[in-house]
Design a protein around this ligand. Structure first.
Ligand SMILES: CC(C)(COP(=O)(O)OP(=O)(O)OC[C@H]1O[C@@H](n2cnc3c(N)ncnc32)[C@H](O)[C@@H]1OP(=O)(O)O)[C@@H](O)C(=O)NCCC(=O)NCCS
Length: 221
């Protein structure tokens, strides 16, 4: 019988509200498949250049959601859907099964290199407003809230200037450029590795999270 009085430190908050950016990040649920797939379908042209999965069908989106739920439960990676905050205070659209409005996805997990690594994408039409900079900042805070994280990475193709700009804006530095398989039309075969160390990361501002979850976690390695 789990002890409800002891916080679960094996996972980060399931819901993080970024008020200034007007978005909510929340972990995937089994019933998110249609909302996620709709966002991908609406954004294929914008995603295709760098995301190998841009043309995936609904079954692949369902498989993705299932994997995201399983990885979270196993404590190996923490993926979030990004949805708009409802200014009226009502549940955000993406919090209600059947209501769409997924505006992107993101996550943090331990890469084969051993580094904690952040990934992200935005729906077309949701770019250019600083949403992903705010989301990636929250994910970096989250990664460093685990005591065993010394360095966090953002990897992107050398041609992906928008993604590199997010890393640069947050103070990550270009640590390496490595070969990587060409998996999407915009890939050049060379990947930038942007990283930041614990000592370089700013002290986190007061949490904007509306979650009641603990502010630190110890993921499975
Ligand atoms: C990578 C990606 C998420 C970046 O999106 P983005 O809109 O450029 O990033 P942000 O949401 O942080 O917005 C930054 C833009 O908003 C502007 N902005 C406005 N308000 C801002 C704020 N408060 N803070 C930061 N930027 C702000 C910035 O100037 C910038 O605009 P610019 O590109 O004209 O200079 C997006 O291009 C994408 O989804 N690409 C396809 C998928 C992909 O490549 N994923 C990454 C794989 S490695």
């Amino acid at each position: 019988m789990p002890d409800a009085s002891r916080p679960d430190r094996s996972a980060p908050p399931e819901r993080i509200e970024l008020t200034a950016a007007g978005v909510v990040m929340r972990r995937h649920r089994g019933d998110d498949v249609d909302a996620l797939h709709e966002a991908i379908e609406q954004s294929r042209d914008h995603l295709r250049l760098f995301m190998f999965w841009a043309d995936q069908d609904r079954a692949a989106s369902a498989e993705f959601v299932g994997r995201a739920v399983a990885e979270w439960d196993a404590g190996t990676a923490f993926g979030y859907l990004i949805t708009p905050t409802d200014p009226t205070g009502a549940p955000a659209a993406g919090d209600v099964p059947g209501r769409g409005s997924v505006i992107g996805g993101c996550g943090v997990g331990r890469a084969p290199s051993g580094l904690w690594e952040i990934g992200y994408w935005l729906r077309s039409g949701a770019t250019g407003r600083g949403v992903m900079t705010a989301v990636a900042r929250a994910l970096t805070d989250l990664a460093f809230s685990s005591s065993n994280t010394e360095r966090v990475a953002i990897r992107c193709d050398v041609a992906n200037t928008a993604s590199a700009a997010v890393a640069r804006r947050l103070g990550f530095t270009l640590t390496d450029t490595v070969d990587h398989p060409v998996q999407a039309p915009g890939h050049t075969g060379r990947m930038m590795v942007w990283t930041i160390g614990r000592g370089e990361w700013p002290v986190a501002p007061p949490p904007q999270s509306s979650s009641s979850e603990p502010s630190s976690f110890e993921p499975s390695s």
